[in-house]
Design a protein around this ligand. Sequence first.
Ligand SMILES: Nc1ncnc2c1ncn2[C@@H]1O[C@H](COP(=O)(O)OP(=O)(O)OP(=O)(O)O)[C@@H](O)[C@H]1O
Ligand SMILES: O=C(O)C1=C[C@@H](O)[C@@H](O)[C@H](O)C1
Ligand SMILES: [Mg+2]
Length: 197
Amino acid sequence: MPPSTLTSTSNIFFLIGFMGSGKSLLSHGVSERMDVITVEMDDLIEQSAGMSINEIFTRKGEEAFRAIERQVLHDIIDQYQIPEKPVLISTGGGAPCHFDNMEVMNQAGTTIFINPSAKRLSARLEQKKQDRPLIKDKTADEIRTYVEKKLKERLPFYSKAIIQVNMIYDDKADNIEFLKDIIESEWIRNQSRDNSE
Ligand SMILES: Nc1ncnc2c1ncn2[C@@H]1O[C@H](COP(=O)(O)OP(=O)(O)OP(=O)(O)O)[C@@H](O)[C@H]1O
Ligand SMILES: O=C(O)C1=C[C@@H](O)[C@@H](O)[C@H](O)C1
Ligand SMILES: [Mg+2]
């Protein structure tokens, strides 16, 4: 993570990555260890649409879902321009891969790509597929094939993240600590840069 690549002075941190990469779990863990505001993009999408993500996909289709997702992303960026503390946003798994969302996030804050292997993602998603419309009707083998294919398609988008975290180990506490250290050091760096300008 060379410091020269880190250019954002914003208080917003976007966690990006595939479904099941651990964005929600890790952001919750970080919020127990440091003073951050956490935002779940998928929850805000459900509030905004007045229905669950499964229902949006079934009743309105993926295209409509992506439009709502984009609007919610812009609303979050407008709403969370607060300098007092870091804001940690768990983005939807597909959000970086539609419209110019990735560029918008890179302009607005620090993007952090959480990147476990396709094998690990598939194993996790098999256990927790019910709320995820893109995989809920698939068998274990189909999930594995889907994750491998989709991750390959999405990597060019995810790879635009300013920070990439390859989750080699599956230890939850270690991963939370690691992420917390990144956010803390980035936050301190941004604050001191702002103060010296
Ligand atoms: N680093 C980790 N260590 C151990 N288990 C993990 C880790 N990350 C995620 N998990 C497991 O994977 C499950 C899915 O993670 P989580 O719901 O946080 O993913 P997500 O990235 O928020 O997915 P989505 O995009 O679908 O919201 C968790 O409930 C947890 O059991
Ligand atoms: O990977 C995806 O495209 C998605 C991930 C989830 O976070 C939800 O935003 C939705 O289920 C779509
Ligand atoms: Mg989540």
